[in-house]
Design a protein around this ligand. Sequence first.
Ligand code: IPD
Ligand code: CA
Ligand code: CA
Length: 265
Amino acid sequence: MHPMLNIAIRAARRAGELIVRSRDQRQDLHIDTKGQNDFVSEVDRQAESAIIEILHKAYPNHAILAEESGAKKTGDGYQWVIDPLDGTTNFLHGHPQFCVSIALKYKDTLDQAVIYDPLRGELFTASRGQGAWLNDRRLRVSSSTLNNALLGTGFPFRIQHHLNAYLETFKALFPLVSDVRRAGSAALDLAYVASGRLDGFWEIGLKEWDMAAGVLIIQEAGGLVSDFSGGNDYFKTGNIIVGNPKVHKSILQAIQPHLSVELQK
Ligand code: IPD
Ligand code: CA
Ligand code: CA
């Protein structure tokens, strides 16, 4: 295993332990509001500090982009992209669907990725060119077509001015597929596409830390990733479509005629 992936796994497991241990004290947590429907608890912050401490000790010159503490720049080309707790709303409600997501980029190319679901003990990993794994099992996206696809999605609960634009994409896709899930952790949704538990996924307005690890894991599992115009600007626009190759293409074709101007990028 790549040594940097090994360190990332150690950091993700440490954060996972901390999150699971804090579940019983959920009611007593200190919670701040970052924006509409956007909460951060002390668990998010503690998990992030634990991850950064482990990464920084091993690689003091690597840059970091982390959801709760922002960007720290240094100069050797490596950058860790961290979501210490993806699915905070679920976590705060005791709803058991959340994860830790850590990716490493080298000169803007995704290199290593870990998504850890501490409740199920599921560790999704990928190293560029080496495939994607769930624990010790190699991952492969599904081979379904859109008409029998189970898709995942995310609702724009923090950017409600996108609600109508989002609903147009939903109306375009929903009649064409088997069913749609909204589970509340984008990073886990991406890991589920990589493992064939979902055939595709789309969401508006994600952040780089929601997507980075999942993107590499999907690509290494043979899936495709794009923005809403079929290009590679998903980290910039926050709008992402992923899937097995057939489903990815079909989602793009189905929603493109229904995109409002704000989503045509
Ligand atoms: C959120 C979750 C959610 C998605 C949001 C994300 P957070 O991340 O991934 O599923 O719909 O867009 O911001 O805030 O829980 O880390
Ligand atoms: Ca997130
Ligand atoms: Ca988060």
